[in-house]
Design a protein. Structure first.
Lengths: 410, 222
């Protein structure tokens, strides 16, 4: 037998002698490792899912909204001030580089009448570029055109939820609805993006020029036309923060804000939202992994328990080996290899079980799961580490036995 | 080969101390075949353990091949055991899960290893070539002790220590074991020291050392 093989084979004899016991010990590690892998892969899957949904709204998008209105030193809710104007949007479009599309929007509540239904709803006026900025697809009909915008046409594009609520499943394209005192024709329906913050499913869009005809748009003290938000896309995602800085300085000078005065607007990039959300889910994933790691810890204690029992049972063997000239490190090496053998086997089987379970979960469509190499490497190395950590004490104990007393034990 | 000078050994027994060896002086030459006899509790097994480097004396000096070994660390003692000493025990002390051959191979494991052929040769010397793949439980007591002798011999140590090697055997197997040991001693010129109760066995040796109350009380040449 090769010399380096001997410790491995004695570890194997130790494990194989008590098959059921070794199996149960390994099972503890298998469950721990599999739990870590399954929970981590579910966490990673959820992260990927949510991020891709956010990105479908346009990851290279920047939103500008008004700041809070201040009444005698009391700050109101964000967005309550009338500080962003159509002229701001025009200036940004002309002066800030890397902008591919820009869509100012103005939202207001209007009375809608369709058939016998009568309600108030939020109507948003915007430009045709809104489609590109918000990454919208049309399921039915067409989007607002440049022609509609120039002419102030009385046409509307509606979100999928609005279609369900107002038209109860009937094809709305070509139908008419009353908006205030005007008759507006529906020309398109937006594809659903799923329920989430800022979803376009609940939106009713008309050309901004049309909305200006219907309602009196407020003006600022400088006579500029107030709008609700400006959404824009940049050509290069890397440049998003540069663009945001440029917009900030441009708007500060347009709004004549002196140094030391807070911005009267807020700039949010989708990039920031994505990184915030992914950080949040990452924390959650780590938390799930930590819970699973507790079962791994319990498995490790099981290994330690078995190694201590095994040491007691094999006291005589240790004495024999010592009499034959085994040094302390030969003895603890043997026990440590045995402990690592148990945990490594458990780790590898655990990875396989975890992998299978999370692929089954994924293919059954219950949840998206993502297994990456780092999780697998982490789980296997942690299981070996547990073998080292929990095997060390029994191994060290075994190596310190007095050979004479060890030989005398039964 | 072996020189003990004023060796004492004291075991703590709770609050009291138990003095097992009270100044032992002993000299054994290379190639001698020596028996140690004495009543139970006379310290003969303790002295064998000290000579076998399984234990260290409380005081006194022990020279093995002119090297003072009584103050060595446990790893240095392990190395001495691995290279110099072969043990034969009363209870055989074979590993029950291993075959006879694997048990013999274990004898070389800590002295640098060796070819399987050497283990087979050692088994042949004790007449067990055909039992190499049997487990200890499948062998008779006498055969088990012969495997243990092969295990002690396989690394060619200069010194063999046997603690009551025939104590667990019937008289016929005991005679067999003793004839194997004395043959090996005669053939290979190794030093052989055995502890025994049995005067018949002791009389196969060249010299008998009598122990009583932790001291050497008499020596006789056979």
């Amino acid at each position: 037998m090769k010399k380096w093989l001997e410790p491995l084979s004695s570890a194997w004899v130790g494990v194989a002698t008590h098959k059921l016991r070794s199996f149960l010990t390994i099972l503890g590690i298998v469950i721990g490792v599999a739990a870590v892998i399954i929970l981590m892969s579910i966490g990673r899957g959820a992260e990927k899912d949510i991020i891709s949904r956010i990105e479908s709204l346009g990851s290279d998008t920047i939103f500008i909204s008004p700041g809070a209105m201040t009444f005698g030193g009391v700050r109101g809710a964000p967005g309550s001030a009338d500080t962003i104007t159509l002229e701001d949007a025009a200036a940004i479009s002309q002066q800030v580089p890397y902008i591919t599309a820009i869509a100012p929007t103005y939202s207001t509540s209007l009375q809608l009448v369709i058939g016998s239904q009568n309600m108030h709803a939020q109507v948003t006026g915007t430009t045709p570029e809104f489609q590109q900025v918000r990454n919208l697809d049309i399921t039915n009909g067409i989007f607002l055109s440049e022609y509609d915008y120039q002419r102030g046409a009385k046409v509307a594009v509606i979100g999928s939820n609005v279609k369900e609520t107002l038209f109860e499943g009937a094809d709305p394209v070509g139908q008419q609805l009353r908006m205030g005192n005007n008759i507006v024709r529906v020309i398109g329906v937006l594809e659903s993006k799923g329920a989430m913050m800022g979803s376009p499913d609940d939106i009713i869009l008309i050309p901004l020029t049309t909305l200006q005809q219907m309602v009196a748009q407020p003006r600022t003290s400088r006579g500029e036309r107030v709008i609700s938000t400006i959404a824009l896309t940049v050509s290069d995602r890397e440049q998003a923060s540069y663009v945001a800085d440029e917009i900030t300085s441009l708007l500060r000078s347009r709004h004549q804000l002196g140094p030391g005065v807070d911005d009267d607007f807020t700039i949010t990039s989708m990039e920031e939202v994505v990184s915030m959300v992914s950080e949040m889910i990452g924390t959650l994933t780590l938390f799930l992994g930590a819970i699973a790691a507790i079962s791994l810890l319990v498995g490790g204690i099981g290994v330690m328990n078995i190694m201590l029992v095994s040491m007691l049972e094999r006291t005589r063997e240790i004495g024999i080996r010592k009499a034959l000239g085994a040094r302390e490190r030969d003895i603890w090496g043997q026990f440590l290899i045995e402990a690592i053998f148990l945990t490594l086997t458990g780790g590898i089987v655990g990875v396989i079980v975890g992998w299978v379970v999370s692929s089954v979960v994924s293919t059954m469509g219950l949840m998206t799961t993502v297994i990456s190499a780092d999780i697998v490497i982490l789980a296997v190395s942690v299981s070996v580490g547990i073998g080292l950590f929990f095997g060390f004490y029994p191994a060290w104990n075994a190596s310190r036995l007095n050979p004479i007393e060890a030989l005398r034990s039964e | 080969m072996i020189r003990l000078q004023d060796i004492t050994k004291v075991y703590p027994m709770g609050k009291r101390e138990l003095q097992v060896l009270r100044g032992v002086n002993l000299y054994i030459e290379q190639g001698e075949l020596v028996a140690i006899m004495g009543p139970s509790g006379s310290g003969k097994t303790t002295v064998l353990n000290l000579i076998g480097c399984l234990d260290t004396p409380t005081s006194g000096n022990y020279y093995l091949e002119n090297r003072e070994v009584s103050r060595l660390s446990s790893d240095e003692l392990a190395l001495v055991r691995a290279q110099k000493i072969g043990f034969v025990f009363q209870t055989f002390n074979l590993l029950p899960r291993l075959s006879a051959l694997a048990n013999v191979e274990l004898g070389m494991r800590y002295s640098g290893g060796g070819e399987q052929n050497r283990a087979l040769e050692a088994l042949a010397k004790v007449g067990l070539s055909d039992r190499a793949n049997h487990r200890p439980t499948e062998l008779s007591s006498g055969e088990q002790q012969r495997v243990a002798i092969a295990r002690a011999l396989v690394k060619n140590p200069p010194l063999i220590l046997a603690d009551e090697p025939t104590g667990n055997l019937d008289s016929r197997s005991g005679e067999e074991i003793i004839s194997i040991l004395t043959c090996l001693h005669a053939e290979q010129g190794l030093t052989l020291l055995m502890v025994t109760h049995d005067p018949n066995i002791a009389h196969h040796c060249q010299r008998i050392i009598h122990f009583k109350d932790g001291q050497v009380v008499a020596e006789e040449r056979v």
